[in-house]
Design a protein around this ligand. Structure first.
Ligand code: PAF
Length: 284
């Protein structure tokens, strides 16, 4: 077992952080669903560099899953996660049970409209409502000065930034760059579920995105042609089934016709029942 403090009640988190807060220590927070990988550890290390106290939550949030089967398959290994979080510099882990987060009769939801309807929101109705609700609850429990989110989940990051702005939440959201395997595949807890054949093809996602970036650098501005180029690269992955390939305004997440402002080029691709997402941003 690791020496890190791990608590599972809201009261214990609050009691554990009260002293730090009253001596003026800053609190950095990294919300996770566990199955920690280098992407999460980079967030924890960033929080360690910037904040006095680092809190990590590990909670597989049922309200953001569309299928009970996906929830059941989500990898869980608390002892391993605690050891990794401690090594990366976390001080406290909050790992609640579902009943602690959603007591019987809980009926309040946080819904960010507009930004949540396209991209991943189109295929996963209610997903972002679940994310925003649990993240709001976690912010209320931990009371962080800063919370750290990965840019791999670009839509989640945009939605949470908007929620924090719209609801006047008193914290800073710190975006952190996507961490990649050496072959370019974005780190994700889902990667372990890829078959060896799918794992061999999955780096094509990032290759397709980087080729799109090169095309933009070479003057391509047309969103349809950029998307066609990405689909062309992905066609080499015979196990891949495209969910979406989109070029959207980086702030509103609305599709654009032309790359004439900062955009997000985002893809979601299924390999069997494993859905991978990735993105790049273009500043212009
Ligand atoms: O990105 C995740 O792991 C989850 O969506 C989050 C932010 C921890 C909320 O459950």
């Amino acid at each position: 077992m690791s020496a890190i403090d791990c608590v599972d009640t809201i009261a214990e988190v609050r009691a554990g952080l009260d002293a730090a807060r009253s001596r003026g220590a800053s609190i950095g927070f990294v919300p996770t669903m566990g199955a920690l990988h280098e992407g999460h550890l980079a967030l924890i290390r960033e929080a360690r560099d910037r904040d006095d106290v680092v809190v990590v939550s590990i909670f597989v949030n049922p309200t953001q899953f569309n299928a009970a089967e996906d929830l059941a398959k989500y990898p869980r290994d608390l002892d391993r996660d605690l050891a990794l979080a401690a090594e990366a510099g976390a001080d406290l882990v909050f790992a609640p049970q579902v009943a602690e987060m959603y007591p019987p009769g809980a009926t309040t939801w946080v819904d960010v409209e507009g930004l949540t309807e396209g991209l991943c929101g189109a295929a996963r109705p209610g997903h972002f409502r679940g994310v925003c609700t649990v993240v709001t609850k976690l912010f209320n429990i931990v009371g962080p000065d800063r919370a750290y989110f990965g840019e791999k989940d670009a839509q989640q990051l945009a939605v949470i930034k908007r929620m924090v702005r719209d609801l006047d939440m008193r914290l800073e959201i710190v975006p952190c760059p996507t961490v990649r395997e050496t072959d370019g595949l974005a780190m994700s807890s889902r990667n372990v579920r890829l078959t060896p054949e799918a794992r061999a093809q999955a780096p094509l996602l990032y290759r397709a995105l980087t080729e799109a970036l090169v095309a933009v650098e070479n003057g391509e501005r047309d969103a349809v042609r950029l998307k066609a180029g990405i689909c062309g690269v992905l066609a080499d992955a015979d196990l891949a089934r495209i969910d979406y390939v989109e070029v959207v305004d980086a702030e509103t997440l609305q599709p654009v016709v032309s790359v004439d402002r900062p955009v997000l080029i985002a893809v979601a691709v299924f390999f069997g029942d494993v859905r991978l997402i990735d993105n790049v941003t273009v500043g212009v």
